[in-house]
Design a protein around this ligand. Structure first.
Ligand SMILES: [Zn+2]
Length: 48
């Protein structure tokens, strides 16, 4: 993979992490996947 590609990929990864879809109501953790949390609550994101 080219350095440019890695940077691009890294940014997309960071974006994913920065924008979790769910938060845990019990332990206040955030994740993209519902299954990673014990009490997931959907985050409502306005815009894109
Ligand atoms: Zn939890």
């Amino acid at each position: 993979m080219k350095e440019k590609e890695v940077g691009k990929n890294l940014r997309s990864v960071m974006k994913e992490v920065a924008k979790p879809r769910y938060v845990c109501e019990k332990c206040a953790r955030a994740a993209r996947e519902k299954k990673n949390l014990c009490k997931p609550v959907r985050i409502i994101v306005s815009g894109s």
